[in-house]
Design a protein. Structure first.
Lengths: 215, 76
């Protein structure tokens, strides 16, 4: 598994890059675990309901938030600086071809990650994502092509939570929270990345790496 | 004629929702070309054309449910 950090990157640019990586992994490149942050953007997944945006697009864009339709499962979500976005580009052909299992393992990584930072979180049956009490802290939405995964996790580390007022996150009437809010201080993204890599390796969520690295 | 089938997506997953078709009836498809996407459990899964040919029919329209193993569309 090759780990890359793309830093703060425009959502559309990162999306195009993801698609190229997916194609490379399909044709036998090694699995990749990508970390990045995005400037404020609302992404509308394939299951977005009309009432999930609480304001019209002009009003949203006036607050400096871009709106993009995307090919992942799930409803609307927000990415913004301070949120650690994780894109596992994993070849499930090397493991079990099972979407439910893959999603469950992503949730397990998320729960264990937060536990390591002293945050007791849970996944709720039927509601993908990870919650602290009634508040959602991590969003999950994935795409799969030829059993290679893309999209992934949005971990609210130090995110400006006021931006979530623009939407019903994931189409739910939930409040969003962050690691920063829970801990009472900012949490270094580098620490979260390091722990995430450790957990992805621990659970072998990506399966054995049999391919060649991306060039 | 070749059927485009909803494949097995995992243990306990019996159906999925058609999210969108990327092609229209009459379009010429290359083998392996993305033809549609289904969603289940917050995962979107891309279905590719099993062979080259023209899309003859769309059996499962957008927002409709499909059972695993069922025909989503046909190619001739």
């Amino acid at each position: 598994m090759i780990v890359e950090d793309w830093g703060l990157i425009d959502y559309s640019l990162a999306y195009e890059r993801q698609k190229k990586y997916v194609q490379s992994v399909i044709t036998s490149a090694e699995d990749h675990l990508i970390f990045c942050e995005h400037p404020a953007v609302l992404t509308l997944g394939r299951q977005t309901r009309p009432d999930s945006l609480l304001y019209d697009r002009l009003t949203i864009e006036a607050r400096g938030v871009v709106v993009r339709e995307v090919d992942r499962g799930g409803d609307v979500t927000l990415h913004a600086p301070g949120q650690l976005v994780v894109y596992p580009i994993f070849n499930l052909n090397n493991r079990k071809r099972d979407l439910k299992m893959y999603m469950a393992r992503l949730e397990q990584v998320a729960v264990d990650l937060l536990k390591d930072f002293g945050i007791l979180a849970i996944s709720i049956s039927g509601q993908r994502g990870v919650f602290v009490g009634d508040d959602k802290i991590i969003s999950i939405g994935v795409g799969v092509r030829q059993w290679v995964t893309y999209h992934g996790l949005g971990i609210n580390v130090n995110t400006d939570l006021s931006l979530f007022d623009l939407i019903k996150p994931c189409g739910l009437n939930v409040r969003m929270t962050s690691m920063q809010k829970y801990k009472g201080h900012a949490v270094p993204l580098s620490d979260v990345k390091a722990k995430a890599v450790e957990l992805f390796r621990k659970y072998e969520i990506n399966g054995p790496t049999q391919g060649r690295p991306l060039l | 004629m070749t059927n485009i089938i909803l494949p097995e997506l995992g243990e306990g997953i019996t159906q999925a929702t058609m999210a969108c078709w990327h092609v229209q009836i009459g379009d010429y498809l290359q083998e392996g070309q993305e033809v549609c996407e289904v969603v289940t459990d917050k995962a979107s899964f891309v279905i590719d054309a099993p062979c080259a040919g023209r899309l003859k029919s769309i059996v499962i329209a957008e927002d409709r449910e499909a059972q695993v193993g069922s025909v989503l569309g046909t190619i001739e």
